[in-house]
Design a protein around this ligand. Structure first.
Ligand code: SF4
Length: 370
């Protein structure tokens, strides 16, 4: 078995069958898989870890994803919030002062003009106020505000955002249909990813791992989709059931196998896509205290310290058991640095940390109009 895996990971092009084989690895094969993923990571993206300080600036959402704790229909248990321009800007400046280099602005999905104009002006303000000798073009800004029109994406790109995260969650049409209401379709989400690419964003996507009814073959097909769509950044997390979601009664995988599958998926993406950025997401830490470090040790090179003000952080729980709800941004920063250094790796401070994949494709940041 170990020899067979060694042969597979040494191949340049991984077939669907190879990917399924990698995804089915058990703990006994973990050392070989980790070593292979790390070798590819060091060769193609280096071994620095890049921070993306994440600001969840509003939990108001017009969508109704069945797995989500803050979906529109969940009206009883979620106090809704929106951060002010000053709160977001001050947090972003703190992020730049810490040397993080990049920020992620994330919120529930809204398409109304008030929200889009607000987001646009926040992006411009952050860009203006974070220029320094250390960051001559200001903070790198990644947006994650869901499906929008091409015109909106264009507008926000021109304001200064240069990366966009839009998770596809699964590329299996039938499974996608089971975890979303009929109004939300796989084809419209793919169209958004293509629109983002055409505008010039560095595009990120990802899937949930361990959705009830999901197979290893589906996950292998998700990886093929990332390659076909020329994706620059990947953010994936284990599916963790939220007790107030519409999928609560379906349960979830046991945590041990779910963690291993999630780590195998990170390694498989690294081996298949090589030069993209891959995040060790917070959801990994929700199923294992050292989940994020484990994600980094399987080939991930990005992590996202939560900078959302503590007083509203509990209001942004897409899944149950989200960690670090009480810790201050400074506590999170100190803790995360210690965790990364315990792996023998360093943080790429004062850098945007764009993926070599994006750079090779000419998606060079800092060239959009301001
Ligand atoms: S997953 Fe995102 S878009 Fe879907 S309901 Fe939750 S916050 Fe809204």
């Amino acid at each position: 078995m170990i020899e067979e895996l060694g042969q597979i990971v040494a191949e340049q092009q991984l077939s669907r069958q190879d990917l399924v084989r990698i995804l089915s690895c058990g703990a006994d094969q973990a050392p070989l898989l980790k070593e292979a993923a790390n070798q590819v990571m060091r060769r193609h993206v280096g071994d620095l870890v890049y921070y993306r300080g994440i600001i969840e600036f509003s939990n108001i959402c017009t969508m109704d994803c069945c797995y989500c704790g803050i979906r529109r229909s969940n009206v009883l248990d979620v106090p809704r919030y929106r951060l002010s321009r000053e709160q977001i800007t001050e947090t972003a400046i703190w992020c730049a002062d810490q040397g993080y280099g990049s920020v992620v602005l994330q919120s529930g999905e809204r398409q109304d003009e008030e929200f889009i104009a607000f987001t646009e002006s926040v992006i411009r303000t952050i860009k203006q106020r974070t220029v320094s000798d250390r960051l001559p073009a200001g903070l790198g800004i990644t947006l994650g505000i869901g499906q929008q029109s091409p015109q909106t994406y264009e507008r926000l790109y021109r304001a200064g955002a240069h990366r966009y995260l839009l998770r596809i969650e699964t590329t299996d049409e039938e499974l996608f249909g089971r975890i979303h209401p009929p109004a939300q379709t796989l084809s419209s989400r793919i169209a958004c990813l293509q629109s983002l690419r055409e505008i010039g964003y560095q595009v990120g996507t990802g899937v949930m791992i361990g959705i009830p009814g999901q197979t290893l073959e589906m996950l292998a097909d998700d990886i093929a989709f990332f390659a076909e769509q020329d994706i620059d950044m990947i953010g994936m997390g284990p599916y963790i059931v939220h007790p107030d979601s519409a999928m609560a009664e379906l349960g979830m995988m046991e945590r041990g196998p779910l963690l291993q599958l999630s780590l195998n998926m990170i390694a498989a993406v690294r081996l298949a896509l090589k030069d993209v950025n891959i995040a060790a997401t917070t959801a990994l830490q929700a199923i294992a205290p050292d989940g994020r470090e484990q994600g980094l040790s399987y080939g991930a090179n990005v992590t996202m310290p939560n900078l959302t003000p503590v007083e509203v952080r509990k209001g942004y729980q897409l899944y149950a058991g989200k960690p670090c709800l009480e810790e201050s941004s400074q506590d999170c920063s100190t803790c995360l640095l210690r965790r990364i250094q315990s792996l023998g790796r360093d943080v790429g401070f004062d850098q945007w940390g764009d993926s070599p994949h994006a750079a090779a494709a000419g998606r060079i940041p800092g060239q959009q109009e301001s």
